[in-house]
Write a protein that binds this ligand. Structure first.
Ligand code: HEC
Ligand code: HEC
Ligand code: HEC
Ligand code: HEC
Ligand code: HEC
Ligand code: HEC
Length: 335
């Protein structure tokens, strides 16, 4: 009898250990039941104020009623780039550390130690993705030889699907990211979700460089960003292989790992910082997704844009980078 019980317990543990993790979209963004109340948080049938029957004037105003600085419907304050405890749900386990920077940085302010000074401050962002439906050039969009890129409108819902369920059979994707970002063309990339939600960065002193991500989603993310910024996708060896494009001819590796043959063909430099030099690379190695407070001067602040224009320059040239100037390069290569 006892032996049989032990066997059953052991079998149950084995099932728990080997069964796939259950991913779910968070907040009011999916997993809807047949009689869900969620729709009423964002839509009105007869008295809507915005297109698509929204309760707010625009979709981004709607997002900010919960996720903005003065919002109260979500713990993630994306305006100030900080995690707070302010909605009426007590999560278990916690989904972030209160007062710590969000992984995406912020749209107006960010809590980062971009100067590697071991103090975290909240500072105005110097660059961010657009979020209010205004237009900008998606650098590198389109195929080889198609110029610096074309202009599109960008807002929260370009990247995120408010209804979630973006993966196969309505399954969750990381941060409800659309598989085909709006305005990107026809490609699809499903970014796999992480298991436990954690919205804040690992490092309590605000260092954004070296942030860890689930390995699969980290690499998925490079393919996802390049649904819009097509020609920034650069596998190993792209630093010494001409892509054939006149603007984006030679490019730093932006997905996967270096060739591993230790600098024979420009592989991971043997003199590099061992903490980072051999880690897989993705766009999120060097960039945040929302906005950064990094500062730029001298050479770093005067790099021309891909269309050759030189303005804006200085801090405005911070390009969502995680560290001031070219700290991102130095942290890996340690020259
Ligand atoms: C968190 C806010 C939010 C919730 C909750 C929500 N929606 Fe939406 N919904 C939006 C936004 C924002 C848009 C406009 C999206 C855009 O402009 O791309 C939209 C668009 C739509 C559309 C038209 C475009 C499309 O995706 O088909 C339908 C239909 C819709 N919602 C139905 C629903 C239903 C039904 C529910 C409840 C099960 C629901 N929504 C819950 C925010 C929400
Ligand atoms: C009614 C309040 C409300 C509105 C409106 C709302 N959200 Fe959320 N959202 C939440 C809550 C609650 C969560 C759970 C995490 C948290 O507490 O911040 C969340 C989570 C998210 C996440 C993370 C999802 C995940 O699975 O990890 C994203 C991304 C997001 N929201 C984007 C948006 C966007 C874009 C809009 C506008 C179209 C929007 N939200 C509108 C309440 C809201
Ligand atoms: C829906 C299309 C779209 C997606 C997806 C997208 N971007 Fe962008 N990106 C744009 C547009 C449009 C601009 C120019 C306007 C702006 O600054 O937002 C831009 C600008 C940028 C800039 C320059 C910002 C500046 O002010 O200097 C960087 C860096 C960038 N994107 C990186 C990324 C990374 C990294 C990802 C993936 C996490 C990504 N993008 C995903 C559309 C997109
Ligand atoms: C260019 C695409 C893009 C746009 C525009 C965008 N997001 Fe995001 N967002 C992302 C990506 C990618 C992540 C994941 C970042 C990470 O984990 O490093 C993210 C993460 C988030 C999160 C989780 C917290 C965090 O900071 O990591 C929330 C909440 C969110 N976005 C809401 C919004 C809202 C609200 C807007 C508009 C005000 C918006 N996003 C605009 C791509 C975008
Ligand atoms: C090794 C670090 C690194 C990686 C990885 C990286 N970037 Fe960048 N990115 C930079 C730097 C540095 C700049 C500033 C301009 C420069 O020096 O070329 C920049 C600038 C940009 C810009 C602004 C336009 C420009 O070229 O100046 C966009 C858009 C961009 N990156 C997108 C991406 C995307 C998308 C990925 C992933 C496919 C990516 N980056 C991966 C370091 C990186
Ligand atoms: C995550 C660590 C990491 C960061 C950050 C990083 N690099 Fe690299 N770098 C690599 C790896 C790995 C390779 C090898 C790529 C390959 O195998 O093609 C490389 C290759 C290079 C090469 C040689 C290219 C070739 O193919 O000959 C140069 C030059 C270079 N990096 C400069 C930079 C600069 C400048 C920056 C900052 C914008 C930077 N790196 C940021 C890891 C990094």
């Amino acid at each position: 009898m006892k032996v049989r019980y032990l066997f059953i317990i052991a079998a149950a543990i084995l099932v728990l250990m080997t069964s796939a993790p259950i991913y779910a979209d968070n907040g009011p963004h999916g997993n809807y039941t047949a009689t869900t109340d969620a729709c009423a948080g964002c839509h009105r049938a007869h008295t809507a104020q915005g297109e698509e029957l929204l309760v707010a004037n625009t979709s981004y105003d709607l997002c900010l009623t919960c996720h903005g600085a003065a919002g109260s419907g979500a713990d993630t304050n994306v305006a100030d780039g900080v995690y707070m405890q302010r909605d009426n749900v007590v999560e278990s386990p916690d989904e972030g550390v209160v007062n710590r920077g969000l992984r995406g940085g912020g749209f107006l302010n960010a809590r980062m130690d971009t100067s590697w000074s071991f103090t975290v401050t909240s500072a105005s962002v110097t660059s961010s993705h657009l979020w209010n439906d205004s237009s900008g050039v998606v650098w590198g969009s389109g195929s080889i030889g198609s110029g610096p890129g074309s202009s599109i409108k960008l807002s929260c819902v370009s990247c995120h699907d408010p209804h979630g369920g973006v993966g196969a059979n309505n399954s969750a994707t990381y941060r409800i990211l659309r598989s085909t970002p709006a305005g990107s063309g026809n490609g699809t990339t499903v970014v796999s979700d992480e298991n436990n939600k954690n919205y804040t960065i690992d490092d309590g002193s605000g260092k954004y460089f070296g942030q860890t991500y689930d390995t699969t989603l980290f690499s998925d993310m490079a393919y996802w960003c390049t649904e819009c910024h097509d020609r920034y996708l650069a596998p190993a060896d792209s630093g010494h292989t001409d892509s054939g494009d006149s603007v984006f001819a030679y490019r730093h590796i932006s997905v996967g790992s270096g060739c591993g043959c230790h600098n024979l063909h420009g592989g991971p430099p043997p003199t590099g910082n061992p903490t980072y030099a051999h880690k897989p690379v993705s766009c999120l190695t060097c960039h945040v997704a929302h906005g950064t407070s990094a500062t730029m001067y001298g050479n770093a602040g005067s790099v021309p844009w891909p269309d050759g224009s030189t303005l804006p320059s200085g801090d405005d040239r911070s390009a969502l980078l995680r560290v001031d100037n070219r700290g991102t390069c130095q942290l890996c290569h340690n020259k």
